[in-house]
Design a protein around this ligand. Structure first.
Ligand code: ARG
Length: 471
């Protein structure tokens, strides 16, 4: 093959030529081309890439690399490329290794030599790190917004389900009565912590690597502070090696998303159980359920099952990238290109999960009568032991006495709440007539006015503080 022929940037038989092919005497194999081409996924970064390039061009113009007219040409060229891309008018070529090279190639085709000066002092290494950080920052912002939306949905639920008492569970055994609102609010406060994790991820991400060049720092002394300001970054990276090599922000973002996914999965699991015929505590709205292709009677909580199921995907994306990153030395190696698919996938999927969960919670109906039927009188056993402790009996002893009462009830098929004070006195002299006051679920809940408890006043306080946090 003639050397001249190699510069056409086209597919030649099995070979593709490139922007960087000056030192090569042979083009990439087609299979190699396919192997390292990241365009199919990193075109997601086109907006960030173009914003980065516009800012970079302005920084170069400050150094006299572009005249004011040339800068205008570069800027409008880049803006046009973005418009055309959105309208499906950009054709990618086999040699467009990634979005960075694709945009630059089209720009050069359109505005010629002026465009060919854009990559002065810049490397794809600081370029991709900048684009990814811009993307991640924006994405985390969207996730935080979606978490707020879910919190709103949860808080509304807590307000409307304020009077409903459910059995609280440990080990999937009825434990103690709690307000359903108390249960919903547990999710609200968890989500508040998820948000603070995400906000920390923004802090980690909000550092501009542009100007780090390939790894040693750009050969052109651009004003990086000004660049950062133009791109909306709070600070610039203090070290060019760290600037191009660091992917901690991606690891942290994937970790935050996994945490969110794992925790939502637990709530989805509860609601799946609660929506079964055996429990029947809640019913999902038809719009968020699906049927069976064979069994006509079925209404399945697929929305919740997918929320639970996708948590595996988030953990997978985190471990997948963690495993890749672990072996990569400093600074840039192509392994790092493997950061994008897990990041994009986790971001897209967590937004779906959050939006769907908000809707599912907002639209489900609570089956109060069914729940009431299901409240086991034994839920009040702890209150009975507390009663004895209040009368002065050491709690360990009280626990044993009530244990015997429970055994008696089971043996005789007597509900705990049917026992009279006289019968109770056979187990302990400490029982007085006021013990009858214990036998109500409302009473049990009312007593738990300790801060953070399920008592009505405590739940009201939680609602108040949740509303404050959201406003
Ligand atoms: N597509 C590459 C990535 O996503 C861009 C950086 C390429 N840099 C390089 N030196 N090959 O990581």
């Amino acid at each position: 093959m003639e050397r001249e022929d190699l510069f056409t940037d086209e597919v030649k038989g099995n070979f593709v030529m490139k922007m960087w092919d000056g030192r090569f005497s042979k083009a990439s194999d087609k299979l190699m081309e396919q192997f390292h081409n990241s365009l199919p996924f990193d075109k997601t970064l086109i907006e960030e890439d173009i914003a980065g390039s516009i800012a970079w061009a302005a920084a170069l113009a400050d150094l006299g690399i572009f005249s004011p007219d040339e800068l205008k040409k570069v800027k409008s060229g880049l803006v046009e490329i973005l418009d055309d891309y959105r309208n499906g008018k950009i054709e990618f070529l086999p040699g467009d290794e990634d979005i960075h090279m694709a945009v630059e190639r089209v720009l050069i085709e359109r505005i010629g030599d002026t465009g060919a000066r854009l990559h002065t002092g810049r490397s794809r290494n600081d370029q991709v790190a900048t684009d990814s950080r811009l993307y991640a920052k924006k994405a985390i912002g969207h996730i935080i917004d979606a978490v707020c939306e879910l919190q709103r949905s949860v808080l509304d639920r807590a307000k409307s389900d304020k009077k409903i008492i459910i059995p609280g569970y440990t080990h999937l055994q009825q434990a103690q009565p709690v307000l359903l609102a108390h249960y919903w609010l547990s999710l609200f406060f968890l989500l508040e912590r998820e948000k603070s994790r995400l906000e920390h991820a923004i802090t980690t991400t909000d550092i501009m690597p542009l100007g780090s060049g390939a790894m040693a720092g750009s050969g052109f002394n651009v004003n990086r502070e000004k660049l950062a300001e133009n791109l909306g970054f709070s600070s610039v990276s203090q070290n060019s090696i760290d600037g191009v090599a660091a992917r901690d922000f991606i690891l942290e973002t994937l970790s935050c998303i996994s945490s969110l996914g794992i925790h939502l999965s637990r709530y989805a699991e509860d609601l799946i159980i609660w929506s079964s015929r055996e429990f029947g505590f809640v019913e999902l709205d038809d719009a968020w359920s699906t049927g069976s292709s064979m069994m006509p009677q079925k209404k399945n909580p697929d929305s919740l099952e997918l929320i639970r199921g996708k948590s595996g995907r988030f953990i997978g994306n985190l471990t997948r990238f963690a495993a890749t990153l672990k072996g990569v030395g400093l600074t840039y190696y192509k392994d790092l290109q493997e950061d994008k698919e897990p990041l994009f996938d986790s971001v897209d999927q967590i937004l779906l999960v959050l939006n769907v969960f908000s809707q599912v919670i907002a639209t489900l109906s609570v089956k109060n009568e069914r729940i009431e039927e299901d409240l086991d009188p034994f839920l009040l056993s702890t209150d009975l032991a507390d009663y004895l402790a209040r009368k002065g009996m050491p709690f360990r002893q009280a626990h044993k006495v009530v244990g015997r009462i429970v055994a008696f009830c089971i043996e005789n098929g007597t509900p705990l709440t049917d026992l009279t004070s006289e019968m109770l006195r056979k187990f302990s002299e400490s029982f007085q007539d006021d013990v009858a006051d214990l036998f109500s679920f409302e009473g049990s809940v009312r007593k738990r006015l300790v801060a953070g408890g399920t008592g009505v006043e405590s739940v009201d306080k939680q609602i108040e503080s949740a509303s404050r946090l959201l406003s």
